[in-house]
Design a protein around this ligand. Structure first.
Ligand SMILES: NC(=O)c1ccc[n+]([C@@H]2O[C@H](COP(=O)([O-])OP(=O)(O)OC[C@H]3O[C@@H](n4cnc5c(N)ncnc54)[C@H](OP(=O)(O)O)[C@@H]3O)[C@@H](O)[C@H]2O)c1
Length: 449
């Protein structure tokens, strides 16, 4: 891969053309982070918390798949850890090999994805190496990021909102050949321009969570947030929450940020949030110790704390993702006519809430999942303009990806955790130094905390 890295370095100096990239020989194999089909039962009998991604994630050479129509190979300079890689690596709630098998049954071309190993990862920043037949928009040598929406677009259901395509998949989770690798295979319509003021690892880190937060909170497909809305953000310094908080502030809303320690509270405040709740310090116990029943008095105590912070107002939009542990409280604290938007269930997917509070108060629960093509593009545009900033706290080498995933699994991280793939060190890839300088404090806000 050294000749590819050399070409990228030359291109950064202005010494490499599209033709130079198109002429590069492609390797037969590349370095990738995988899980193995043979390992899917390795954690049987263990508690979720004790399932260690360092045991199941492999870093190894795999064969370069064939390039199909409408696809592109990207030389991946950096990627990032998403929670979906944690799920894949602990084989919960299901093994992702089932996704690959199902995808493999769709066509001759998709058969490539059904392998005894799964190359994971749903974010990347890098350089286009080759494009397949029919691709005209993207050229070898172009610096890109990729969003993770993979759709076939053959059914009319998805033609208005691409998330509704019956063949909608998350690349690197429900498809193979993901971004935690030195080369990735993507559909070319996943590609978007790399924000020029960011390093490779910074540019790779917003993708999945930024697009998800944008749809869930801002888009009319999600919360349709407006100026002045009180927005309750769970995990406000985490992957999704770090972006939800920025969107609330950018859009003139009032984020009420929930976090679990003072370090995280300080990050939320440094983003500009004024209303912060430390859930550990205030020790909310929405469920009994057995996890079998909820305590509405605790919902009320939580609601009272929110009113204390907002000057007596309730929540217009809840940005939900913890799921079972918090959902009852989320429904309770939402104002009459307000909205609970949900995209995940980290603490358990069988939610319980008191439906009387929902229907009598005309509240709505809106489901949200990743983002459609347009929403992903709009979310990336905001990063490229310096209006939304990466939340990268730490970057690992590809060889240490297991530790990176463990940090996220154990909630020992802040914001996003990056991974260097081809990039030999951090700090490379910036083209627009002026824009970077303007936003340097915001770009570095999550660093080293
Ligand atoms: N549907 C989609 O498209 C989509 C996209 C992205 C992510 N997701 C899912 O969304 C979830 C969060 O992803 P993420 O990247 O934001 O993860 P993350 O970086 O781990 O952040 C989640 C935050 O939620 C808070 N949290 C965790 N468990 C909680 C609990 N029981 N009660 C209250 N707060 C809790 C934690 O913050 P504090 O400890 O500070 O409170 C944590 O930092 C994951 O399950 C992921 O798979 C779904």
């Amino acid at each position: 891969m050294q000749h590819i890295l050399d070409a990228i370095t030359a291109s950064q100096r202005g010494d490499a053309t599209t033709e130079d990239f198109a002429d590069l020989a492609l390797p037969e194999a590349y370095r990738a982070v995988t899980v193995h089909r043979d390992d899917v039962d390795m954690f049987e009998g263990l508690e979720t918390r004790d399932k260690d991604p360092r045991r199941s994630l492999h870093v190894e050479d795999v064969a370069l798949p064939e390039l199909g129509p409408g696809e592109a190979y990207v030389a991946v300079m950096a990627s990032a850890i998403n929670y979906n890689t944690v799920w894949t690596s602990i084989f919960e709630p299901v093994s992702t090999f089932g996704f690959l098998e199902r995808y493999g049954r769709l066509s001759e071309l998709t058969k490539r994805h059904d392998l005894p190993y799964h190359v994971v990862g749903s974010d990347l920043a890098g350089v286009v190496l080759r494009t397949g037949p029919g691709v005209t928009r993207w050229k070898p040598g172009t610096e890109v990021v990729a969003h993770c929406l993979s759709v076939e677009l053959e059914d009319s259901d998805g033609h208005d909102d691409t998330m509704l395509d019956p063949q909608q998949r998350i690349w690197g989770f429900e498809t193979n050949f993901g971004g935690l690798a030195t080369i990735a295979l993507v559909k070319s319509n996943q590609l978007m321009p790399k924000p020029a003021h960011l390093t490779w690892e910074e540019a790779a880190s917003p993708g999945l969570v930024n697009s998800t937060a944008y749809r869930q909170l801002v888009s009319r497909n999600g919360g349709n947030m407006k100026q002045g809305d009180n927005v309750l953000v769970w995990g406000a310094s985490g992957g999704l929450g770090g972006f939800a908080t920025q969107y609330a502030l950018n859009g003139g809303a009032v984020p009420v940020c929930v976090v679990s320690n003072e370090e995280k509270a300080a990050i939320a405040r440094s983003m500009g949030a004024e209303l912060v709740i430390n859930r550990s310090e205030e020790d909310y116990r929405f469920w009994n110790d057995e996890g079998t029943a909820q305590d509405p008095k605790e919902w009320k105590r939580f609601g009272a704390r929110i009113r204390e912070l907002t000057g007596g107002e309730d929540i217009d939009i809840v940005f939900e993702h913890p799921g079972r542990e918090t959902f009852g409280a989320s429904v309770y604290v939402t104002r009459k006519g307000g909205t609970i938007t949900t995209c995940a269930s980290t603490s358990g997917y069988m939610h319980e809430y008191d439906n009387r509070y929902l229907w009598m108060n005309l509240k709505r629960i809106i489901s949200s999942h990743f983002a459609n093509y347009r929403e992903s593009w709009e979310a990336n545009r905001l990063v490229a303009k310096g209006m939304i900033h990466p939340t990268l706290s730490r970057t690992y080498a590809l060889a240490d990806v297991g530790q990176a995933a463990l940090d996220v699994h154990r909630n020992a991280h802040q914001g996003k955790v990056g991974v260097l793939c081809l990039a030999p060190e951090e700090g490379l890839g910036v083209r627009d130094h002026e824009l970077r300088e303007k936003h340097l404090t915001a770009i570095n806000r999550f660093r080293g905390v």
